[in-house]
Design a binder for this molecule. Sequence first.
Ligand SMILES: O=C[C@H](O)COP(=O)(O)O
Length: 251
Amino acid sequence: MWQQKWVIGNWKMNGSNATNRLLLQALLKPVDAAATHVYCGVAVPNVYLAAVSEFAAGTALAVGAEDVSRFAANGAFTGEVNAQMLADVGAWFVLIGHSERRQYFQESNDELLAKLQNSVATGVLPILCVGETLVEREAGQEQQVVSAQLSLLAQLGLKEVVVAYEPVWAIGTGKVPAVAQIKAMHKLIYQQILSLCGEDVKIRVLYGGSVNASNAAEILAVSHVDGALVGGASLQADSFTAIIQAAYAPA
Ligand SMILES: O=C[C@H](O)COP(=O)(O)O
């Protein structure tokens, strides 16, 4: 998986038992067909994790969560779901610090660090999401912002790191950065990870933000782009399948 392209869908707060089943039924064949070249996964709402894991069992589709509690141990934390619980219902990975969590739930760096530590300690692979807002990009601060977000990695002693670079202004907007902008940011992220975690760290850096069937091949061919984190286009089997296929036959 550390040599493959990754295509991860983020369902966000979407789906139902019925629609999930239909989507998975259509995806499992193309996911298995791509498995030699592409590591495919879906991050799903917690309430559907067990059912989706069961449905995907024995296939190449990895199932993950969209968030995890900052509290590690079981206890009186009403509404929370810890990393052990995610692992218990089949989560292989978890998104941490998605910009929607940062924006709507004011997730602080301390909170994100605790989430990273808990997921690592439990063996659920964290995918750390980073990215600048439009205001920050227009002020020329994108490198500074992303570097600060990545600095959490220094405290974890990781030997395997997965980061998703998602410019906030590209999420769900249909706006995609220029290839040169993606290339520059991914190169910076690689350099930062190597300097924070050591030269022997295994790295995957995914791009996220308005990836679709039409632009996936071009984005996935950019240097230091190891895959895609896909929101809206992961909810339709046709578009998600086309993105998976673009990952192993890039234009
Ligand atoms: O996690 C996925 C991202 O937020 C991208 O979402 P999007 O593909 O709908 O722009």
